[in-house]
Design a protein. Structure first.
Length: 126
């Protein structure tokens, strides 16, 4: 049986991790409405894309695993994306090449949206 405190904390880390990923992917859309969001979103975007490029593991993953161990619950190898998201959105046999393509897509889509943000801002100040 797992201890409720660490198990709940591990679940909250998962929620925070997913929220961060969603913000990294879609935060530029918020910047369309609130341009100052870009000051928070751009570092998140660079961090998330950088993790994908180097094939690294986000620091939240080991924190979650330590909390799961403390709760005497199951842990997992690899990263958050590999454990929770890859089975949902990537085919079996994820390669570094696929991660690089994902990073390119992440940066490309956000560049388009930030182009719109920049254009709106430029038109608004003219």
């Amino acid at each position: 049986m797992s201890a409720p405190g660490p198990a709940l904390a591990a679940d909250l880390v998962v929620v925070a991790h997913l929220a961060f990923i969603l913000f990294a992917v879609f935060g530029s859309l918020a910047a369309l409405r609130w341009p100052r969001v870009a000051w928070l979103h751009l570092p998140a975007l660079v961090w998330a894309g950088g993790i994908m490029i180097v094939g690294g593991i986000c620091p939240l993953t080991p924190i979650e695993n330590r909390l799961r161990e403390a709760a005497q619950g199951p842990t997992y190898d690899g990263g958050f994306v590999d454990h929770y998201l890859v089975p949902l959105i990537y085919p079996p046999g994820l390669t570094h090449r696929t991660q690089l393509a994902g990073a390119a897509l992440l940066f490309g889509l956000n560049a388009v949206v930030y182009g719109l943000v920049w254009r709106r801002r430029r038109i608004g100040t003219s």
